[in-house]
Design a protein around this ligand. Structure first.
Ligand code: N01
Length: 544
């Protein structure tokens, strides 16, 4: 990977930039490209030593995305689409990191990125009409506009078991994985957590570890990924369909290739349902979750029916019935939390070197110098992996001291839940824009990233054409959007369940109550709302 660009010049520059972007992940990189096209002087501040964001930090074994690779990459550059080849239907992390480095090289982005620059504070200076940015290392910047590209799932969270610092072996959080290879061969390994990161880690570590013990507090409903290699011939064929692929992603509910089947569960006969579900279960990707009958996430009886189907699959795949029962979620229905996609995950529990511990029944009491003590046993480990998730959506914002007009702190403003206008603007925070902020349409995230970046770019162009120097979302427009966000989430079974999607993280103070933290309507609906603002001359945004 190319070395980071020298940054001394950037940190000592005293003049005011047009734009500061925080974060050099997928959104920050694309935003920088567009800002340059507008002729704006922009700098990206990145905490890591390389580009990639999620794909820079999450290097855990088996890490990959669950969107089809060819629906995940950038769509804006036809040369890039012609030149880049995905080698798997669901690319692993090293490939995606290479891809994002290629983009950084192709557009010579590194000269405007300051690496190892973690932003500590961003304060709006009303008199000067600009943002003052302070880095953890004391470096400072000033810019007229501030764009956050800090990710939705970018702030890893650790549990607070007593004795965590006493463990003598190495321990890692999946979201802060070291660059050096971690060798599990012949080791006794613990994995705590069974979300999407835990599942991917477990199925990989199980291949080589002498002994793998999985500490599961809440089982998740997992379904097969059905990954596979893409041959050069197949890639050539995929390239001819890129227009169609991206058009499909623009039309579907959550920007995936899959979208809900336009029929209710009980409008099909029992035989039709079974045949349909067998087909989805055997297909690649998220079809079983987002391509299912349209009512499985709103109709309780329908949800119970599909949950029974998946539970039977788990029972068929796990030999020990007691272990199978532990792996079947009992407190939430299928799809009401993020469905981890897996590759022989359930079969791991048939291996003699893999053990499942129900850490709700027998909670972890402490980490010891040599392992983990639960309420009923003492385990010895060489390596502990924390797959314990993220302070989602608001976490990255809380960790920077954002101060808007009259010194208002974003953290205080969002104490009872984030508020925004289309997930991109916040009232009282002038000249600040968020890429994939709270209440954005998530789903296949790069598609929303491209939409957000293009919306922000058009908005900045509009400001430039008007000679405007200040903008701020109007509280009435924020309230109207938030009413819509709340209303559209009514009746969703997922709103009855604790998960990062409902803003719950028991490892973070103030995150114990469920809130509507993301936009649960369709991506086309989200885009229509945001485009409507633009079409009405940025109605709801005060421009001066
Ligand atoms: O995090 P999670 P994740 N004691 O929050 C457990 C995206 N992603 O990193 O459920 C014991 O889902 C916790 O238990 P519980 C994707 O959107 C995408 O796995 O709270 N256990 C849970 O099992 C995903 O949804 C991809 O009871 C504790 C786990 O840790 C999101 O990132 C791959 C605990 C956390 O699961 C987050 O996934 C990976 C404690 N104190 C991630 N604290 C792909 O695209 C937490 N847990 C493939």
């Amino acid at each position: 990977m190319p070395a980071p660009a020298p940054t001394a010049e950037l940190t000592t520059r005293a003049d005011t930039l047009d734009v500061i972007v925080i974060g050099a992940g997928m959104s920050g990189l694309y935003q920088l490209i567009r800002l340059r096209e507008l002729g704006l002087r922009a700098r990206v501040l990145e905490a890591g030593s390389g580009v990639g964001g999620t794909w820079y930090w999450n290097r855990y074994p088996g890490c990959r995305f669950d969107s089809e690779s060819y629906s995940y990459g950038y769509s804006f550059d036809s040369d890039l689409l012609s030149e880049w080849s995905w080698t798997e239907h669901f690319a692993p992390q090293p490939e995606t990191e290479r891809y994002l480095n290629l983009v950084a090289d192709k557009y010579d982005l590194r000269r405007d990125i300051q690496f190892s620059a973690r932003v500590k504070a961003a304060h709006w200076d009303e008199a000067a009409g600009c943002w003052n940015i302070e880095l953890e290392d004391g470096g400072r910047h000033r810019a007229r506009f501030l764009i956050t590209a800090i990710g939705a799932l970018s702030t890893p969270t650790m549990p607070s078991f007593p004795g965590m610092d006493d463990f003598k072996g190495p321990s890692f959080h999946t979201g802060l994985w070291p660059k050096e290879k971690v060798d599990f061969a012949g080791k006794r390994v613990a994995v705590i957590g069974t979300g999407a990161s835990g599942v991917q880690t477990i199925q990989e570590v199980a291949k080589t570890a002498a002994q793998l013990t999985v500490f599961q507090r809440t089982p998740n409903w997992c379904a097969p990924l059905h990954n596979g290699k893409i041959s050069p011939e197949e890639m050539a064929e995929i390239r001819t369909r890129y227009d169609e692929i991206f058009q499909r992603c623009r039309e579907t509910w959550a920007c995936f290739l899959h979208t809900a089947h336009p029929q209710d569960t009980f409008d099909a006969t029992a035989e039709e349902r079974r045949a349909f579900w067998e087909k989805l279960y055997a297909e690649r990707g998220f079809g079983i979750w987002v391509g299912n009958y349209q009512d499985i996430l709103t109709n309780r009886a329908a949800n119970e029916e599909i949950s029974r189907f998946i539970a039977d699959k788990i029972r068929q795949r796990v030999k020990d019935p007691a272990v199978a029962e532990k792996l079947i979620p009992k407190n939430h229905g299928f799809g009401t939390r993020r469905v981890p996609l897996e590759t022989f995950y359930y079969e791991c529990y048939n291996q003699p070197n893999v053990k499942l511990v129900d850490s709700k029944a027998t909670p972890i009491e402490r980490i010891t110098p040599t392992g983990i003590r639960t309420s009923d046993a003492e385990y010895e480990f060489d390596i502990i992996v924390y797959a314990t998730g993220f302070d989602a959506l608001r976490g990255a914002f809380d960790r920077i001291d954002f101060r808007g007009a009259n010194g208002v702190a974003l953290k205080d403003k969002w104490q009872d839940g984030a508020t925004s206008l289309v997930g991109m603007l916040v009232d009282e925070f002038p000249n600040m824009l968020m890429l994939v902020g709270p209440h954005n349409a998530l789903g296949n995230i790069p598609r929303t990233i491209e939409f957000n970046v293009e919306w922000v770019t058009d908005f900045l162009r509009h400001l430039g054409e008007r000679g405007a120097t200040r903008f701020e979302a109007q509280p009435e427009a924020v309230a109207q959007w938030m009413d819509h966000v709340m209303e559209i989430a009514q009746g969703l079974l997922s709103m009855e369940v604790d998960s990062w999607m409902t803003g719950v993280n028991h490892n973070v103070a103030g995150r114990q109550t469920r809130r509507i933290a993301r936009y649960t309507g369709s991506a086309p609906n989200y885009r229509a709302w945001a485009n409507g603002i633009a079409e009405r001359g940025y109605a709801g945004v005060e421009i001066g």
